[in-house]
Write a protein that binds this ligand. Structure first.
Ligand code: GRF
Length: 214
């Protein structure tokens, strides 16, 4: 199977990008990060890309009065780099329906909650306010509505009585760094597929994901 050429969109810290870069650097790995796009010039995550020798493009959304024109510039950068699959990793811009439809079933996101619970901003704060005893993160295919789209895989973590937003976020983030590379690897191996809104996972994918989902 040909190696999946992945583009990652970031806006900031880039710790999930780092996890994906580290996984994709392994010889013979089924995916490789070939390009990183950031809408923020000073995004810390850009440095991880440089360290791994991955080309980057900064596209400042403020330079584009129209969302569609910004999205078109991102699309051009990705396609020009030979990207075949897109990962959103802390990308803080809503993408237009046209962009999302153009990458349909070839664009995924990670969100720090057990979706469909706690969509949108500050999901960890929402989880604490709701008093839930567990939370986690979800990798999902991207559809036009924010934090929607078929779930691919989840990782669960406990919510402790002593948690504040920072401690819960750190526990979830650690799970994100294990879940995102694994989910992408399983997609690249063809062990996870999507048809319409239905995700199919092979027995091998189920076995691989079980330790994170329990
Ligand atoms: C992560 O919590 C991710 O789930 C959310 O934004 C955060 C990005 O963190 N979408 P990082 O930039 O990958 O460190």
């Amino acid at each position: 199977m040909a190696q999946l050429k992945v583009g990652v969109l970031i806006s900031g810290r880039g710790s999930n990008l780092k996890a994906l870069l580290q996984a994709g650097d392994r010889p013979g790995h089924p995916f490789h990060i070939v390009h990183v796009v950031s809408n923020v010039a000073g995004a810390a995550g850009l440095e991880f890309a440089r360290v791994h020798g991955v080309p980057t493009t900064v596209i400042d959304h403020k330079a584009y009065p129209e969302r569609a024109a910004f999205d078109a510039a991102v699309d051009t950068a990705l396609r020009g780099a030979g990207v075949g699959f897109v990962c959103l990793a802390g990308f803080m811009r809503l993408l237009s329906d046209g962009f999302v439809d153009g990458w349909r079933d070839r664009i995924v996101n990670i969100h720090p909650s057990l979706l469909p619970a706690f969509k949108g901003r500050h999901p960890q704060r929402q989880a604490l306010a709701a008093g839930v005893s567990e939370s986690g993160c979800t990798v999902h295919y991207v559809r036009p509505a924010m934090d929607s789209g078929p779930a691919i895989a989840r990782a669960r973590v406990p919510v402790l009585a002593v948690d504040d937003e920072a401690s819960l976020s750190a526990r979830i983030l650690e799970a994100e760094h294990r879940l995102y590379p694994l989910a992408l690897e399983l997609i690249a191996r063809g062990e996870i597929t999507v048809a319409g809104e239905c995700v199919s996972r092979s027995p091998a994918a189920e076995r691989a994901l079980k330790p994170l989902e329990n």
